[in-house]
Design a binder for this molecule. Structure first.
Ligand code: ADP
Length: 168
């Protein structure tokens, strides 16, 4: 059974098998955590991303980690929040589920998630945390290889939300 952890900080600094990127559907880099990951990984990451043909919302694709300490980057595309009537919750759950599935299928032991869609995509943070925690907790029960799954909160607000929710 995989262990679930919460830390506050910069996901690009983590030495885990895979970090998850909150990418956009073109997979061509962007702002926020996406920009930070591309800056830290170096130009090889963008070159590989350009060969992937983009990624649909809710799905995920994996690349090498290049100059990162992480061996791999799993790029997933979170939904933009449009009020909740556009399948946003289901799509966000898919980001977590599909990223976990890719990692476990490749026999990775450790991975880290940012708070997908809670930046410029404006997904409500409490609801996003409920979805993220549910998907990860469900997966920990069936994971075959993953031993460590880390939530990385970059902002204080997300950190406090996760801390409260993970207490119970
Ligand atoms: P999205 O477009 O999915 O909303 P953002 O990158 O704008 O993606 O934000 C997603 C989350 O990533 C936000 O909670 C933001 O605080 C966080 N974030 C930004 N930079 C980093 C980083 N270096 N490490 C971890 N999380 C980060």
């Amino acid at each position: 059974m995989a262990k679930l952890e919460l830390i506050k900080g910069d996901i690009t600094k983590l030495k885990v098998d895979a970090i998850v990127n909150a990418a956009n559907s073109l997979l061509q880099g962007g702002g926020g955590v996406d920009g930070a990951i591309h800056r830290a990984a170096g130009p090889g990451l963008l070159a590989e991303c350009k060969t992937l043909g983009g990624c649909p919302v809710g799905e995920a694709k994996i690349t090498s980690g290049y100059n990162l300490l992480a061996k791999f980057v799993i790029h997933t595309v979170g939904p933009i929040w449009h009020g909740g009537g556009n399948n946003e919750e289901h799509l966000l759950a898919g980001c977590y589920k599909n990223s976990l599935g890719i990692a476990d299928n490749l026999k990775l032991k450790s991975m880290a998630f940012p708070n997908i869609s809670t930046g410029v995509y404006r997904f409500p943070k409490e609801l996003a945390a409920d979805i993220a925690i549910k998907q990860v907790q469900d997966f920990t029960k069936k994971a075959e290889f993953l031993k460590q799954i880390i939530f990385v909160a970059f902002d204080e607000e997300n950190y406090e939300i996760y801390r409260e929710k993970l207490k119970s």
